[in-house]
Design a protein around this ligand. Structure first.
Ligand code: ZN
Length: 620
């Protein structure tokens, strides 16, 4: 409780410093409060439990139905996830036909046996991965009701993200494991069946008790409430933990202000912790062997440096804990934690950990919707991964986002690109989802800095954090923040780059003498208009920028530090496919003219971006 008060006070101060005239944004959101008590049988891999959910309807709507996710039901032959995984044009090799081949003790399931609302029975049906519930009475705006549930489940053999006995032998990667109330927001219910893509949920508190064989060490989301009874490396220094009575331990976790709860368990985990100064306690849980020992030991320093860098530049990490847990099938973010596979070289291990860590800011705290706007979460995170890796792992002497641009260009040329507004599960190809949400998403972010100027962009990133944390901003909310900070109109950028697959291609068509002046003719070849930084290099090696903002931006970016000084600004109406600029210098002074040598403009054809004057001059 005290923690949250401090946090709020901190934000309030920052807001005061930055924009005293504007209030923070407010938007209603549903509130969830879970209390769960589950018992895991490590012989059968089955668990059963109870769930009490206090649900507050802060929407202006009266709700007559509700929906729970039952994710593990996806891991059964002929489920929607199975069919999709076997029939998509470019299958995910981790899944393929593996769900179809699961035996009865390998499938996953979650069955709800009893569900009441305020003590009255509800009527519900299991529709594969969604429980559809008719409420005994409507939930009115502003009302809080309590759902009480009994459920039983079986952990699937690990196929995708969660499950038991993953490829590296980790016993339990318990993500998507409990009946989870679907999110309800300004776009209504989000009762998406589990097909394979990622997640979205309303913020709330999770109080979770897990009873399991006493040899298992657990980690994940949430603060352990009974650390000195549990031990396993969680106990306070100097405390002697009493030997457990019986064969099990009951771990009691609490996680405030999160929208999901993950845990993992293995009898062979090594548990190490690092307490950051003015930062969280960072936990590392992994099975120590010759594939992990050295790199996981070095990983601690990189993780701490990355948390510090993110906190310094993009907003302070608001929880007291972050856990890096070996498990899952690659790297996946969960609140206050991540599941990653552990047998990796140092660059890969640091890279995946830092990537999932950065998700804490975008998926975790801002709460971007990974289902309907996956490009926001993966785009900002992928962009940030390169920024943070460059800062804490290894300096990249080249343009650090170059890989993302090249990946996006390949997508644009492939013919398989779909608009980033596509729902994550509904992309035709895995390739279009991956290159689109990760790479084009990252390009969206880097290119924003090009459009509005790096300094404005940096300010806007902090304002996004301060105004929207714990509130689920959408793409439009993000662009509105960028507009407010830059004083530019930017809706066109969202419309073209996110909602369409139109591409950018500008060229320098001609540079010719016009008396003592030089006439430069630019052309827009692509369908998407963009502001242009045109850099003129003179014969003496000096450079100047001709800046061509779009008329529809209703303004200009400020001059950017470290870029050639601005010579002039000329607005370019998007309706005009060519633009002539007259430079008050003779052509003999000019060596070359180039569109955006910083490479931040996602110009799909750079062959026509540079005009070498010396080449075009008549030979003497
Ligand atoms: Zn990611």
């Amino acid at each position: 409780m005290l923690k949250r008060l401090n946090l709020t006070a901190g934000i309030f101060l920052l807001v005061l410093v930055w924009h005293t005239t504007e209030a923070q944004v407010e938007r209603w959101q549903q509130k969830v409060k879970y209390e769960m008590d589950v018992t895991m049988d490590v012989e059968t891999n089955q668990y059963r439990g109870t769930q009490k959910l206090a649900y507050t309807n802060n929407s202006p709507d009266t709700l007559t139905r509700a929906f729970y996710h039952l994710y593990y039901n996806a891991f059964q032959p002929n489920s929607m996830m199975d069919v999709r995984s076997r029939t998509i044009a470019d299958p995910d090799r981790r899944v393929g036909n593996r769900i179809f081949n699961l035996g009865p003790d390998e499938i996953g399931y979650v069955k709800v046996n009893v569900l009441t609302m305020d003590g009255q029975p509800t009527s519900f049906v299991h529709e594969e991965t969604i429980l559809e519930v008719d409420l005994p009475k409507p939930i009115l705006p502003g009302q809080t009701v309590t759902f009480d549930m009994e459920f039983e489940a079986q952990v699937p053999l690990q196929i995708r993200r969660a499950g038991r006995d993953n490829a590296e032998g980790i016993r339990y990667s318990m993500a998507q494991w409990y009946p989870k109330m679907a999110a309800y927001d300004i776009r209504g219910w989000h009762a998406n069946p589990y097909i394979g893509r990622e997640f979205y949920g309303n913020f709330g508190d999770f109080d979770v008790k897990i009873t399991i064989d006493k040899t298992y060490t657990l980690g994940g989301t949430g603060y352990l409430q009974n650390a000195n009874e549990i031990g396993h490396g969680y106990e306070d220094a100097g405390v002697t933990v009493p030997a457990p009575q019986g064969s099990t331990l009951t771990w009691h976790f609490f996680a405030p202000d999160v929208h999901d709860f993950m845990w993992a368990a293995d009898p062979n985990y090594t548990h190490e912790k690092v307490q950051m100064e003015d930062g969280p306690m960072v936990h590392f849980l992994y099975v120590k062997n010759d594939k992990t020992a050295e790199n996981w030991s070095r990983l601690k320093g990189y993780t701490v440096d990355a948390i510090k860098f993110m906190s310094d530049n993009f907003g302070k990490y608001p929880y007291d804990q972050f856990s890096v847990v070996q498990g899952g099938d690659g790297g996946m973010e969960y609140p206050m934690s991540t599941l990653i596979t552990g047998h990796r070289n140092m660059r890969s291990l640091a890279g995946v950990t830092i990537h999932e860590l950065i998700h804490m800011w975008y998926y975790g705290v801002l709460g971007f919707n990974e289902s309907s706007e996956p490009w926001l979460d993966e785009g900002f995170t992928t962009w940030g991964t390169n920024v943070v890796m460059d800062a804490v792992f290894e300096k990249d002497p080249n343009f650090i986002q170059d890989g993302n641009y090249r990946s996006y260009f390949r997508l644009a040329e492939s013919g398989f690109e779909e608009p980033l507004t596509t729902h994550a599960d509904h992309y035709d190809r895995n390739f279009a989802y991956g290159a689109g949400t990760y790479s084009k998403g990252a390009v969206f972010v880097e290119q924003l800095a090009y459009i509005m100027g790096k300094e404005n962009f940096d300010k806007a990133m902090l304002r996004l954090w301060n105004d929207w944390q714990f509130k689920h901003p959408n793409g439009n909310d993000v662009i509105r923040i960028m507009e407010k900070v830059s004083d530019l109109e930017l809706d066109w950028y969202l419309d073209y780059f996110v909602a369409s697959t139109k591409t950018i291609d500008y060229g320098v068509k001609n540079v010719e003498a016009a008396g003592d002046n030089t006439k430069i003719t630019l052309e827009r070849v692509g369908q998407m208009p963009m502001p242009i930084d045109l850099v003129v290099t003179y014969q003496d090696g000096s450079q100047e920028t001709i800046y061509l903002p779009l008329v529809i931006m209703r303004g200009s970016k400020p001059e950017e530090e470290g870029k050639p000084a601005r010579l002039m600004t000329e607005k370019w109406p998007w309706t005009n496919y060519t633009k002539e600029v007259t430079l008050a210098r003779p052509i003999s002074d000019i060596q070359s003219v180039e569109i955006d040598p910083s490479l931040r403009l996602a110009d799909i054809n750079r062959a026509n971006n540079k005009f070498e004057v010396s080449v075009a001059l008549p030979q003497k």
